[in-house]
Write a protein that binds this ligand. Structure first.
Ligand code: UDP
Ligand code: MG
Length: 150
């Protein structure tokens, strides 16, 4: 019964390229439950905080530049195994290594324009959700729940 949450963000290239609907439909049709969603353009300091674990990487400055370059769609999805399954739906970090059928495999070419972010663990999901949705998520009953979960 204990449900897992993941933080999923459509990056500025995904928004600009009109991929918001295509991406949401994959999580929705899988059976995951939407718990929060907003379109927002973040400040540099906020992007740096989100990616603070990568601050020593050579690509960090470019990554922050990319994330602040336009609005992003921030979401929280819920469901059994949503963190790991969400990463599978998204595909490998480098689009060239992402399988066809995954979001990055289908829609991206460069690692620095890889369309989408997904939490890499339950622990980072909690951290990211607290950062992006400090007022919490929406608790609601989905009538589909018993048709998706045994
Ligand atoms: N990134 C990059 N160059 C690299 C590795 C990563 O520009 O060599 C960017 C890319 O947008 C990636 C993000 O930094 O999605 C975060 O990197 P991470 O290793 O956490 O990959 P992810 O969890 O997004 O698959
Ligand atoms: Mg990551």
């Amino acid at each position: 019964m204990a449900s897992e949450l993941s933080f999923i963000m459509i990056k500025p290239d995904g928004v600009q390229r009109g991929l918001v609907g295509e991406i949401i439909v994959r999580f929705e049709k899988k059976g995951f439950k939407l718990k929060a969603l907003k379109l927002v353009q973040v400040e540099r300091s906020f992007a740096e905080k989100h990616y603070e674990d990568l601050s020593s990487k050579p690509f960090f400055a470019g990554l922050v530049e990319y994330i602040v370059s336009g609005p992003v769609v921030a979401m929280v999805w819920e469901g059994k195994g949503v963190v790991l399954t969400g990463r599978k739906i998204i595909g490998a970090t480098k689009p060239a290594e992402a399988n066809p059928g995954t979001i990055r495999g289908d829609y991206a070419i460069d690692v620095g324009r890889n369309v989408i972010h997904g939490s890499d663990s339950v622990e980072s999901a909690h951290k990211e959700i607290a950062l992006w949705f400090p007022d919490g998520v929406v608790e609601w009953h989905s009538s589909l729940h018993p048709w998706i979960n045994e």
